[in-house]
Design a binder for this molecule. Structure first.
Ligand code: TTP
Ligand code: CA
Ligand code: CA
Length: 651
């Protein structure tokens, strides 16, 4: 079933005039509409579909001895992500366990091996990347680039800027009437009746959408005696939300019927709200948030559930005010917050707790690099071992780059080898083999040559090694239309590709994180290895969505770079003089994995996002009343402009 949401183009002058009138009205009286879509237990669903496992069968995806994804039937048994396999089997002896695909020793292709071992195998996320691509293709098919923007927020998450497409769908309903007998009069009469209605058009919500503040559809249709709970509302934004909900329903149905996966979605006025509500009802459900309920919805929400308030910034806010819920922060003016946390962060906070967020949905271009990495515990001690693993990494890179060439027509210019030993933490770059003479062995040989140039004395014992194909170039030009339309594009974030560098999990493998690179290949010697975070330019066009219902002290934010955007900054490899001190490593206290220090904020963001999606289900589901109000810990310095990134680090 290949439905497309493209609104039919009006044919006649009359149709064009009606369409224009409706679009103008909706632009003037409606507001922004953003959709957030997140796949349910994503890796599990990929494996359930691949293996034909029944939907009600508890299933977990395993990496070595840990679980990295838990499906909903398994969650019902009490199994949690990061449980051990043993613990999970105690809770549910009939549990189906699927180990992620791996490259086995000597093999050039990933496969589902019966008993993969950390010492001899390397994790591959290929099946999930492929599933993700298919999912995004469906979403993009429903959102033509001329009428909306799709952002790939992670391997299983998308944002859609959907205002334009939704307005056009509403207009198309009236335009379609023109073809019916007597349709001209009827279309105009119906539209004008709507236009003139005092509180805006009436919307009757179907059972497929949960609406924050309204009774659940099941109360209306399920329980005896509750058949007539009204689910009708009024307003122009309600009309848009309702149409947005229909669009999302279509996208979700297409993903389900074409690929077999369920997902959950949120529909709201901005990215922050859409994401918060998409986690409210899971799995396989969608939730809309009306303007009228934004403040009610936010009121009892622990403010740390808001992205960027889960880390150090949130702790500081708590320390200053002893606040726990969002509404605890409503009493402080923009000025007060700015004095405490600096102009930018204070202003961002003032808006965020009122549900205002101006982050744009940004179409991400294809990543400029691809990486394959492996950590070694115990470390590699011989050249033979190094050669073996370079072969594995090289064939993975080869596999991915040839796939990318087939789809995007791109090839790499640089090959970057990164090594971490006691004495080294450095990268070395050489030219990537040209396509006509490239295979995994050729890549591996170049990497091995670079390794030998360093000398085994310093590079061994080797704890970590990665290969990166950089400067991917030669795009077939699929972005031309977007560029013509002036659409913004940003490179895919470092953590956006395959499960954010986590899924290679327990063994400390970095997943294939994608990094933006210097444009020109460098024949250089060693450079400092760890990638640095950079702050993207933000162009925040702010639309206050409260309209006349906006609280009196709520004003559009004056700043243009909300911390949210900064926390999600792309990563760049930067040049640095040779022999700079080796980067610090931080060990995550939550998952015990180690990362280069500059990736810390990014990593913590990931845990935060996870917590958010887990806890929202509980907290927003109605138990927030039990949230404890914490006493302010001893006051810490709280005034003056803070470096935003410092808020996301835990000391
Ligand atoms: P999530 O979207 O966080 O979780 P999920 O899709 O499994 O479950 P939910 O229904 O709650 O959204 O992550 C997407 C995938 O990323 C997940 O299926 C597995 C992978 N992942 C890891 O490998 N390690 C991790 O620590 C996390 C958080 C995710
Ligand atoms: Ca998910
Ligand atoms: Ca997700």
């Amino acid at each position: 079933m290949a439905t497309s949401s493209k609104a039919p183009q009006p044919q006649s002058l009359e149709a064009l005039a009606l369409q224009k009138r409706i679009l103008n009205h909706l632009k003037a009286f409606g507001s922004r509409l953003v959709v957030h879509i997140d796949l349910d237990a994503f890796y599990c669903q990929v494996e359930m579909v691949r293996t034909g496992s029944p939907e009600d069968q508890p299933l977990c995806v395993q990496q070595w001895n840990g679980l990295i994804a838990v499906n909903y039937p398994a969650r019902a048994k009490g199994i949690k992500r990061h449980s051990t396999v043993e613990d999970a089997l105690k809770l549910c002896p009939e549990l189906t366990l699927v180990h992620v695909a791996t490259y086995a020793q000597g093999s050039h292709a990933p496969a589902y091996h019966p008993d993969p071992k950390y010492a001899t195998h390397k994790v591959s996320l290929k099946p999930y990347r492929e599933a993700s691509s298919r999912i995004f293709a469906i979403i993009e098919r429903h959102v033509p680039p001329s009428h909306g923007t799709v952002e790939r927020a992670s391997i299983d998450e998308a944002y859609v800027e959907a205002g334009e497409i939704v307005n056009r769908r509403i207009a198309a309903r009236f335009v379609a009437m023109l073809d019916e007998p007597g349709g001209s009069e009827r279309a105009l009469a119906e539209w004008e009746a709507m236009e003139q209605s005092e509180d805006g058009p009436e919307v009757a919500w179907g059972p497929e959408t949960f609406v924050v503040g309204l009774p659940d559809a099941k109360e209306r249709t399920g329980e005896p005696g509750s058949q007539d709970v009204p689910r009708k509302t009024r307003g122009w934004h309600d009309l848009q939300l309702h149409e947005g909900a229909k669009l999302v329903r279509e996208i979700r149905a297409a993903i389900r019927s074409e690929l077999g996966y369920t997902c959950s979605a949120g529909i709201g006025s901005n990215k922050m709200l859409a994401k918060l509500v998409s986690a409210l009802n899971k799995p396989d459900k969608q939730t809309a948030l009306r303007h009228a309920h934004v403040l009610d919805f936010m009121r009892d929400l622990p403010f740390t559930k808001i992205r960027n308030l889960g880390g150090k910034f949130g702790e500081q806010v708590e320390a200053e005010y002893g606040a726990s819920t969002v509404s605890d922060l409503w009493q402080y003016s923009r000025d007060q917050l700015q004095q405490k946390f600096g102009a930018q962060s204070g202003s961002w906070l003032f808006d965020a707790v009122r549900g205002i967020n101006s982050d744009e949905v940004v179409r991400r271009t294809k990543a400029g690099t691809m990486m394959s990495a492996k950590s070694f515990r115990p470390p590699l001690r011989t050249m033979d071992e190094v050669k073996h693993w370079l072969d594995v990494l090289a064939w993975e890179i080869h596999d991915r780059i040839t796939e990318d060439y087939d789809v995007n027509g791109r090839w790499s210019k640089t090959l970057v080898l990164h090594l971490k030993s006691n004495a080294l933490d450095k990268s070395r770059t050489c030219a990537f083999p040209p396509r006509h003479m490239c295979n995994g062995d050729v890549i591996s040989q170049r990497a091995f040559d670079m390794f030998r140039q360093e000398g085994d004395g310093r590079a061994l014992p080797l704890f970590h090694c990665s290969l990166q194909a950089g400067s991917l170039f030669g795009d077939k030009g699929s972005g031309a239309i977007e560029k013509f339309l002036g659409k913004k594009e940003e490179p895919v974030e470092g953590r956006d590709d395959d499960a954010d560098g986590f899924a290679d999990g327990e063994d400390g493998d970095a997943a294939d994180r994608q990094r933006k690179e210097p444009a020109e290949p460098q024949r250089t010697s060693w450079t400092s290895a760890p990638p640095q975070r950079t702050i993207p330019k933000q162009n925040a066009s702010v639309k206050s969505f409260f309209g006349s219902k906006q609280p009196p002290d709520t004003q559009p934010p004056a700043h243009s770079a909300p911390p949210a955007a900064q926390a999600a900054a792309p990563i760049e490899l930067v040049d640095a003089p040779a022999d700079v001190p080796t980067a610090e490593i931080f060990v995550c206290y939550r998952c015990s994995r180690s990362f280069p220090a500059p990736e810390r904020a990014e990593h913590e963001d990931y845990h935060f996002a996870l917590d958010l999606s887990r806890e929202n289900r509980v907290v927003l589901g109605g138990t927030a009343a039990g949230t404890k109000r914490k006493q302010p810990p001893s006051a810490r310095g709280g005034s003056g402009e803070k470096k935003l990134t410092s808020f996301f680090r835990r000391e």
